[in-house]
Write a protein that binds this ligand. Structure first.
Ligand code: UD1
Length: 420
């Protein structure tokens, strides 16, 4: 197993290019299941989660090549409808095949994703919506069996809770359903917006894009002539590099980024004393002279993202005073706290709220990555800590950060990938 060895403290400088968004690319890959043509998706991040999902589509019968971030994919050859446990257990986002497969073939069998490190993460809202669209759902032997022999029917669906992959799944199902679907209380994340825009550009009648209410007129089962597209920049990868600048007290520039997708993150960095300059495609962070404490609550977009909570927790360990960080989306997303404590951080956890007493010096240690974003928080803290930190179990990082150590090395970090 690989691990990362990081020498701190370190200063960074230069420019880092941000990859395409993993969380946009995942639903966009499953969106191609609705197309009858071969299409090209550029700026595809070459991270483990994307390769896993492509393997799943390959098992279903799709053909594809991924070369230098250009994915060429043809799903017209798909002739299986089962997403098996071996793949789904490694990546929950595999559930995104449910809507497209059901809408296109009238049935599918998808393994239940089960628990994950950051909490229970049910899929009840995905299933309820498919039922509202006329599907019969049964759970048997760990699989969701979904059947709609006459195709899905448009419906009026109110999500009890805002769900990102749930919204994407139901939008894709609705695009091939019979008649009109109205979705209320939808996710407004840029990744969901891009999915809707591609459907619109491919001729689907969809309105309300970017709002919490979407109206979609389905094709009645007909597959779509889909346009080629470019995956939006990864706002979470970008936010992580902004934190890298802030935590190492360095000025760095991010290229190929959408600053407007990062407003909530930028606002918190500015409250902490950093300064951020933006252009259409770049962001430059100038560090604070003295980092100030912060108060933040994770919520759905456009509020502060849960996927940036761990990185800000790491950053708060260097800030003056007590920072208060509340996690509202996932019940168990503070596992990085005990690992940060191993580096010397002073953090008190009370239910969904962490209080970080900043300013205690961090020292290198052996730490273990527990989930994707928690892993990047450990890398950030390690760059600020005195001495050597070994971050173990970095397969979590490889799921979602493209070439993390190469990008950090190019900025001047002393970081190396080694074998256990
Ligand atoms: C997506 C992101 C993930 C991010 C999360 C929240 C992808 C591939 N992943 O995950 O990185 O952290 O959004 O921004 O895009 N819920 C239910 N029932 C459901 C579905 C969700 O109760 O059927 C709950 C979840 O347990 C959670 C909340 O709703 O508490 C939000 O989850 P959701 O938006 O669905 O997260 P994901 O789409 O899985």
């Amino acid at each position: 197993m690989d691990y990362l060895q990081i020498q701190g403290p370190t200063k960074l400088s230069g420019t880092v290019t941000i990859s395409g968004a993993k969380n946009a690319a995942l639903p966009l890959i499953t969106l191609t299941l609705l197309a009858h043509n071969q299409l090209k998706m550029s700026n595809t991040p070459e991270v483990a989660d994307i390769k896993t999902l492509l393997k799943l589509l390959g098992n279903l019968g799709a053909t594809y090549t991924l070369d230098n971030h250009l994915l060429t994919i043809d799903t017209s050859t798909v002739n299986h409808t089962m997403a098996n446990y071996d793949i789904v257990k490694t990546m929950r986002a595999s559930i995104l095949v449910l809507g497209p497969l059901l809408a296109r073939f009238g049935h599918c069998e998808v393994s239940l994703p089960g628990g994950c490190a950051i909490g229970q993460r049910p899929i009840d809202l995905h299933l309820k919506a498919m039922e509202a669209m006329g599907a019969t759902i049964t759970i048997h032997a760990g699989y969701v069996h979904a059947v709609a022999p006459e195709g899905l029917k448009g419906a009026h669906i109110i999500f009890d809770k805002i769900t990102v992959t749930g919204t994407a799944n139901v939008v894709m199902a609705a695009a091939l359903a019979h008649g009109k679907t109205v979705l209320v209380n939808c996710a407004k994340e840029p990744e969901v917006v891009q999915l809707c825009e591609i459907l619109r550009d491919s001729g689907i009648d969809i309105s309300g894009i970017g709002t919490s209410e979407l109206t979609i007129i389905g094709t009645g089962g007909k597959t779509i002539d889909m346009v080629d597209f470019e995956v939006i920049p990864d706002r979470i990868e970008a936010g992580t590099y902004l934190c890298a600048g802030a935590i190492t007290g360095s000025t760095i520039t991010l290229d190929k980024v959408r600053a407007d997708h990062l407003d909530a993150v930028t606002a918190k960095l500015e409250q902490m004393g950093c300064k951020i300059d933006t252009t259409d495609t770049t962001m430059t962070i100038h560090p604070a002279t003295k980092l100030k404490h912060v108060e933040l609550v994770t919520q759905e977009y456009p509020a502060f993202p849960t996927d940036m909570q761990a990185q800000f927790l790491a950053l708060a360990t260097l800030a003056e005073g007590a920072s208060i960080i509340e996690e509202r989306l996932f019940e168990n997303r503070f596992m990085h706290v005990s690992e940060l404590q191993r580096l010397g951080a002073d953090i008190k956890l009370n239910g969904h709220t962490a209080t970080v007493f900043g300013g205690t010096p961090l020292f290198g240690a052996d730490v273990m990555a527990t989930d994707l974003r928690a892993s990047s928080a450990l890398v950030l803290a390690a760059m600020a800590a005195e001495g050597t930190t070994n971050v173990h179990r970095i397969y979590h990082l490889d799921r979602g950060y493209e070439n993390l150590e190469q990008k950090l090395q190019a900025l001047g970090a002393k970081i190396e990938r080694l074998k256990e």
